[in-house]
Design a protein around this ligand. Structure first.
Ligand SMILES: Nc1ncnc2c1ncn2[C@@H]1O[C@H](COP(=O)(O)OP(=O)(O)OP(=O)(O)O)[C@@H](O)[C@H]1O
Length: 309
C-alpha cells in the first residue's frame, strides 16, 4: 500500500536520500530509524508530497505521489517534525479549519472533529489557544489534525520527541489503537529504540540516506551480539575463565562489581543449558539467570556507527 522505489533527494552536492526502496503493507506499524541527518524527515516529506524527489518514485494506496499528489494526500495523515500548528488559533477552531481543508463540511465535519478530539483526549483544552498549550498537548493537536479524515496511512515524524514519559506512553497507546484491528499503515520515525519494540511490527533502519536493515523487531534483535546471551547475577564474584572456555561462548562481560556476568553466544549457538550446568558444577550462588533476545540499540549502533552526518 506504500511503495517506495529508488527514491533519491539531493541538496546541492549532498545526497540526503540515496536510492531508497521499500514497501509497507496494510496493518503494519513501521518504525523508520536512523541517526540524526540520516534522511528520515526528507523521505517522509517526499512520501507526503511536500518535497519533490530528484529520482525514483513513491506511491500510496496506488496513487503516485508526484503525478496524483492530491489523491495520494487524501489517503494520508501527516504529523510533521515538531508538529507545527497555527499558534494563535484555538484548538477547536484549528481542527475545524483543517477539517474544512480536508473537504469535510456540516454535520460530518463536526462528527469527525469530535471523534479526533476524543481519540487524542483534547476535550479539556478545546477553547485554549494552541501557543499556550504544553508540548504534549501541542503534539496531540498535531495528531488530531492528522487523523481528522480517518486516513488509511499515517506518517508521523518523531511523534514522541520531547514528551515526558507519561505523554510518550499515551501517544504510543494511541498509535497502537489507531493501527489495531485495522488495515491501516502507520509509519513513525524515531530515535527511541524502545518505541520500536513497544509499537512497531517492523523496522527499517537507514543511514546516510541508504537502507541498512529491514525486519521485525525480533529479527533485528537476533542480529545483536547479545542474541542468546546469558546473564548470571551472582551473590559473590566468580572466576569467569570456565565460562569463556565453554563451547559456543564467544566472550564474557563482567559488571564493575563482578557480580553480573554476561556470557555472549557465537551466532546460532544456544548456551543457556551449558551455562546453567557450569554454574551448578562450580556451586556459584546464582540469584538470577536470564537469557536475552538481543538488544536493538546494539544492532542500531553497529549498523549506523560512522553514519551520522
Ligand atoms: N532543505 C534542506 N536544505 C539542505 N539540506 C537539507 C535540507 N533538508 C535536509 N537537509 C539535509 O539532508 C540530510 C537529511 O536530513 P533529514 O532532516 O532528512 O534527516 P533526519 O534523519 O530526519 O534527521 P533527524 O533525526 O536529525 O531529524 C541532512 O544532512 C540535512 O542537513
Amino acid at each position: 500500500m506504500i511503495s517506495i522505489n529508488s527514491l533519491t533527494k539531493r541538496f546541492g552536492d549532498h545526497v540526503a536520500v540515496d536510492n531508497l526502496s521499500f514497501d509497507v503493507k496494510p496493518g503494519e506499524v513501521l518504525g523508520f530509524l536512523g541517526p540524526n541527518g540520516a534522511g528520515k524527515s526528507t523521505t517522509m516529506k517526499m512520501l507526503t508530497g511536500f518535497l519533490t524527489p530528484d529520482g525514483g518514485s513513491a506511491s500510496v494506496c496506488g496513487f503516485d505521489i508526484q503525478t496524483q499528489t492530491l489523491l495520494a494526500q487524501q489517503k494520508m495523515g501527516y504529523l510533521p517534525e515538531g508538529a507545527p500548528c497555527y499558534g494563535d488559533m484555538r484548538v477547536k477552531g484549528f481542527l475545524e479549519f483543517i477539517a474544512s481543508v480536508r473537504g469535510l463540511a456540516g454535520a460530518e465535519r463536526q462528527r469527525q472533529v469530535q471523534r479526533a478530539v476524543e481519540q487524542v483526549e483534547l476535550q479539556d483544552v478545546l477553547g485554549q489557544r494552541i501557543e499556550t498549550l504544553s508540548k504534549g498537548f501541542k503534539r496531540r493537536v498535531g495528531l488530531a489534525q492528522a487523523i481528522l479524515h480517518d486516513p488509511q496511512v499515517l506518517i508521523l515524524d518523531e511523534p514522541t520527541d520531547g514528551l515526558d514519559p507519561n505523554q510518550k506512553h499515551q501517544v504510543r497507546r494511541l498509535i497502537q489503537q489507531l493501527a489495531e484491528g485495522s488495515n491501516k499503515i502507520v509509519v513513525i520515525s524515531t530515535h527511541i529504540l524502545e518505541e520500536v519494540s513497544a509499537v512497531c511490527s517492523r523496522a527499517v533502519i537507514i543511514g546516510k540516506g541508504r537502507l541498512l536493515a529491514d525486519g521485525t523487531p525480533d529479527e533485528l534483535e537476533a542480529r545483536s551480539r547479545y542474541h542468546q546471551a546469558v546473564t548470571l547475577s551472582l551473590a559473590a564474584p566468580a572466576d569467569s575463565a570456565a565460562l569463556e572456555s565453554l563451547p559456543g561462548v564467544v566472550a564474557v562481560e563482567r559488571s564493575a562489581d563482578g557480580l553480573a556476568l554476561t556470557v555472549l553466544a557465537k551466532p546460532g549457538e544456544v548456551i543457556f543449558p551449558a551455562v546453567g550446568q557450569l554454574a551448578r558444577e562450580q556451586q556459584w550462588q546464582v540469584n538470577e539467570l536470564s537469557v536475552e533476545r538481543g538488544r536493538l540499540d546494539d544492532v542500531f549502533r553497529s549498523l549506523t556507527s560512522g553514519e551520522s552526518v
